[in-house]
Design a protein. Sequence first.
Length: 457
Amino acid sequence: MPNETEVVAEETVANSEETLTVTDNRTGKSYELPIVDDTIRAMDLRQIKVREEDFGMMAFDPAFTNTAACRSSITYIDGEAGILEHRGIPIEQLCEHSTFLEVAYLLVYGELPTRPQLEDWTFDITTHTFVHEDIKQFLKGFRYDAHPMGMLLATVGALSTFYPGSKNTGDQIERYLATIRLLAKVPTLAAFSYRHNMGLPYVYPDNDLSYSENFLSMLFKMTEVKYEPDPRLARALDVLFILHADHEQNCSTSAVRDVGSSDVDPYSAVAAGVAALYGPLHGGANEAVLKMLRRIGSVEEIPAFLESVKNREEKLMGFGHRVYKNYDPRAKIIKSHADGVFEATEYNPLVEIATELEKRALDDEFFTSRKLYPNVDFYSGIIYEALKIPPEMFTVIFAIPRTAGWLAQWMEMSDDPDKKISRPRQIYCGRRNEDYVPLGEREGPDTIEGPPATRPS
Ligand code: ACO
């Protein structure tokens, strides 16, 4: 039946111009799919079939590069224009006028707090910074050189066992408590992981200090009665926290939403975010940037390094982004704060290499034609290094502010009327209807060849 048009919309399409007509050349049938917000519903494709008994058409989108998995009103990004806004407010304004805790409130509640609201929020977070003493025992079980991100991952997940009430994910009080506790305790767990690596005693939180000052104190306090951080460093850290607070549907946030869609408690869902952030292509990139800068060693070696990138022997870490095809706005802000940090700290030769590397890459057709610009990680690593924070801690520090974004996104997902447990489809490419061969009758090599993933299907 050629050119038969089927309207697959569940609801009546008010304006027929807001549709997409798809013709299936296998059958000659045409389908009119409603367009809402410049998208079609993938489920509308399912009616496209050759035979009635067919499963129906699906969309194939590995890594979800062109699939919107949710509606969200938390963070807006225009990657082409280099724009980042939280709840509509440009990141540049937040970094200039706000604090991390205020931005965390904005992300979670959707509005800037009034003065009393901010006071309560700050008080509640400040007075939940201690962790249960048993967590210390738990940390003690890790090897002396355990990666702090692995320790953070485990301890954030373990928090769910300390707060079983958080399983009531729809309970507003439990949600508030989990939000406060996670924002308050993740810095403590992060600092304890660092002190464990250093073989130093844990420093308990100091509730007189601001969020970023307290974190610096938990990292660096030694014998002094009161740790007094340099305000320039504390502010730079707070700005870094603001910059990393949320970034819409990135790998770790998607992990939090995916895992959270099973209605698991928020500590476990956030632990999934920590795990995703651990990967070198996501949160681990600034650690990789620093290793790369050290390997380059001097400004003179930059041309040879860039050649090896072009020959695909190396990757220019800290460059490129799945969404930004322009200068990452966060990288611009960090760069402007870097000078203040370097002023307050010792001279670091890696800064010179980074500056020159960036200049040359931005002058090179290989990078410009691929729209490869510095991302947030390019400069954050050098700032952390100047603050004397070891590279293994960089991703851990990223996880502190991102906790705010994960929680805001987890709550939005939990309340979304479209929420369902995440369950992607697959295109099955393996064998079918094979018979089980008894062990004694099997033929093949005597040794295992390669890891399981490389064996033929
Ligand atoms: N160095 C050299 N070449 C690169 C780089 C890079 N950093 N990034 C991308 N390219 C090249 C690719 O080889 C590809 O070239 P081709 O078209 O000739 O094959 C082209 O640019 C497009 O790259 P994709 O891999 O398709 O880009 P994608 O969007 O998938 O990857 C990613 C984005 C993973 C961030 C990538 O740019 C990368 O690995 N960068 C380095 C790691 C990094 O800095 N990550 C931090 C991201 S920000 C964050 O997570 C907070």
